[in-house]
Design a protein around this ligand. Structure first.
Ligand SMILES: CC(C)(COP(=O)(O)OP(=O)(O)OC[C@H]1O[C@@H](n2cnc3c(N)ncnc32)[C@H](O)[C@@H]1OP(=O)(O)O)[C@@H](O)C(=O)NCCC(=O)NCCS
Length: 122
């Protein structure tokens, strides 16, 4: 289930975001969190399985476009379709906007989209 980020989830969100190669440096990671916490156009979502937070997806809204900047899943929960489901839920959450991948997530996004063409994913 996709839920909106709130401050009480900060540590778990930072831990998940740090799986992204560009967020390995603590300084960068803190700056990223600051963007999500202080700009209304930057929106962070978490993926919950039962009581556990196991995934994160972050977007920035620009006019008619939703750009996905971050996506990461706890390694223990990978290859179970959670990353794909998070992208599908972001699309459902913003039905009137064009959802596009940021550079850092383009490889995974393309894989999801390609397989959707075969009817199996998004
Ligand atoms: C990318 C990520 C979010 C995928 O989450 P997930 O829940 O495992 O995704 P799904 O189960 O929906 O899909 C898994 C598939 O995506 C593939 N995949 C994983 N990372 C990928 C990447 N960077 N580029 C392309 N495909 C990728 C897996 O090999 C797997 O392929 P398969 O179905 O053919 O076996 C997860 O691997 C992750 O957190 N990676 C570290 C963070 C990161 O690098 N994010 C940016 C990715 S571009």
């Amino acid at each position: 289930m996709l839920i909106r980020y709130k401050k009480s989830f900060k540590k778990i969100a930072m831990g998940l975001l740090s799986y992204m190669p560009q967020e390995k440096e603590l300084k960068t990671l803190k700056e990223t969190m600051e963007c999500y916490e202080s700009n209304d156009d930057w929106q962070l979502y978490l993926w919950k399985v039962d009581e556990d937070i196991v995934g994160v997806v972050g977007v920035v809204i620009e006019q008619k476009k939703v750009e996905i900047l971050h996506i990461a899943v706890n390694p223990s929960y990978r290859d179970e379709g959670i990353g794909t489901k998070m992208i599908a839920e972001v699309k459902k959450t913003h039905p009137d906007l064009n959802v596009v991948p940021g550079e850092a997530i383009s490889r995974f996004y393309e894989k999801c989209t390609k397989e959707a063409g075969k009817g199996s994913r998004l």
